[in-house]
Design a binder for this molecule. Structure first.
Ligand code: BG6
Length: 492
């Protein structure tokens, strides 16, 4: 199968925080892969910005070493590394000081009107300074786009502050708020599956769907991000953005077109239909956990507090909760969400659990009629499985079997699945905001999350401990089992 790569227009991409972890581990490897694939025009430039006095050669050496590591084993990609590095430049700048900004601005003023992307891969505390300086140097005009990373605030008030500050320098159509989960292949496939097939839409509602599960499980722990993570916790870090965005993609009404605003309008309606979780039910329908020492990825690992080096943190590294979407389509269909660090495997999936058949015609000896499930696997092994009942093949009595109709994308198409950032960076250059969060979406998600955070604060309960390498506190199992349901386990 041939994969069509459509080149984007020539661009200048400035990465603020150009020596940081995200830039070196995700953004620059993603750009190298797109370049090796022929999608990035030769005269494009990538400019790292950070405080260190590195110089262009020093930056190229640093990035080169990081890319060798990130793309080891990808020979065709690595072959393009020298040419890619020649497109890199570097400016030492401090967002809070004037020095160097005039030269920086002059270097970006080109006559060809090329797209300019400013990627703010920095602490949110610097967003305001950077945006103001870009504006003051006339770099916020039409061909410019600004990309901001989460966390966009730690509650709705602080999110509004950031949005106001960025919005004072750039128009909403120039602001790209990244939620990298939206760039994952399976998430976009959900759009294709739902809206390019007639099969599912008639079933996609409370009449046929019993409940939905969304799991994002990680094996990693704090990963040297203690200073950020300990002030955030799993609800802010994962649920407010990634898990709610996945929920929106499952629950939204069909948009009239695949345009950015049509899709985002529909997602916003879902966020606004989420039933607020009341303080008196928070202990019942939410679970927060924190991992203690155990084993993960085959080795012994310390607990969260040991990793953090403090004994008093109440930050949650695990959340499970039951959400409800109060509208005609989803009334009475719970959405069970769970995410955590140091769980037994890295797996992200959406499971659509259908209702029981209304009446079984089979003898008991045929075995139970298990409800259908549609499992969308985001990672690893991206793909879709539709669990069906069939007759156990062969002679003898009629026995039933629950089997998956399995479409693993890697096997089916034999192509490298692009990393989320690869696609999203190219979408920024193309000016396509469909897979980016609009201001009102971010704020609506916080409005749903804020009362949960407040209620947890009032309860003063410490997070429930769970052993690293387990599926979280037993209360997370009880949360779903109380409703007569169980978390999905892939049996095949
Ligand atoms: C980030 C979170 O947004 O997503 C991290 O801040 C988390 O805590 C990461 O580890 C997970 O992303 P992925 O793509 O590895 O599932």
């Amino acid at each position: 199968m041939t994969v069509k790569t459509i080149p984007v227009a020539t661009f200048d991409l400035v990465i603020f925080g150009g020596t940081g972890d995200l830039a070196l581990r995700k953004l620059l490897p993603g750009l190298l892969r797109r370049y090796a694939d022929g999608q990035i025009p030769e005269d494009s430039r990538i400019i790292g910005v950070a405080r260190d006095a590195l110089g262009a050669d020093g930056y190229r050496a640093k990035v080169g070493a990081a890319l060798e590591r990130a793309c080891s084993g990808e020979e065709a990609v690595r072959a393009k590394l020298p040419a890619f590095l020649s497109k890199l430049d570097y400016h030492a700048l401090d967002a809070t000081k004037d020095a160097g900004w005039d030269d920086f601005a002059a270097s970006l003023t080109s006559a060809d009107g090329r797209v300019r992307v400013f990627y703010l891969s920095t602490s949110p505390a610097l967003f305001v300074d950077i945006c103001n300086r870009l504006r003051d140097h006339g770099l916020n005009g039409e061909p410019s786009r600004v990309v901001i990373e989460k966390p966009i605030g730690h509650d709705s008030a602080s999110a509004a502050q950031i949005n106001n500050a960025v919005g004072a320098a750039f128009a909403e159509g120039q602001i790209f708020r990244i939620d990298h989960y939206l760039g994952k292949e399976t998430v976009q496939n959900l759009l294709a599956l739902r809206f390019a097939n007639i099969l599912f839409e008639p079933l996609w509602n409370a009449n046929r769907i019993d409940h939905v599960q969304i799991t994002v499980a990680e094996t990693v722990g704090l990963e040297k991000r203690a200073s950020y993570y300990d002030t955030a916790g799993a609800l802010r870090d994962m649920v407010q953005n990634h898990l709610l965005q996945l929920l929106c993609m499952v629950a939204m009404e069909p948009p009239a077109a695949l345009s950015a605003d049509a899709v985002r309008d529909e997602k916003l309606k879902v966020l606004r239909s989420l039933r607020p979780i009341r303080a008196d039910e928070v202990a019942q329908i939410t679970v927060r956990g924190q991992y203690k020492a155990g084993a993960s990825s085959g080795g012994a690992v310390p607990g969260y507090l040991e990793e953090l080096g403090r004994a008093d943190s109440r930050t949650e590294t695990f959340v499970a909760l039951k959400a409800e979407v109060d509208n005609w389509r989803w009334a009475g269909v719970p959405f069970y969400l769970r995410t955590g660090k140091r769980l037994p495997e890295r797996v992200s999936e959406i499971v659509i659990c259908f209702r029981d058949v209304p009446h079984s015609i089979f003898e008991d000896s045929a075995g139970p009629v298990v409800p259908n499930k549609l499992v969308l696997r985001l990672q690893p092994d991206e793909g879709v499985k539709l669990w069906l009942m069939i007759k156990d093949p062969g002679p003898g009595g009629l026995r039933l079997q629950h089997v998956p109709l399995d479409m693993s994308f890697a096997e089916a198409f034999g192509v490298h699945q692009p990393e989320a950032y690869e696609r999203l960076l190219m979408d920024v250059v193309r000016g396509n905001q469909t897979l980016f969060m609009r201001r009102d979406e971010v704020e609506a998600a916080w409005k749903w999350v804020d009362p949960i955070l407040d209620a947890w604060e009032q309860l003063r309960d410490p997070p429930k401990p769970y052993t690293a390498g387990s599926w979280g506190p037993s209360a997370a199992v009880a949360l779903i089992e109380r409703d007569g349901r169980t978390w999905h386990e892939d049996a095949a």
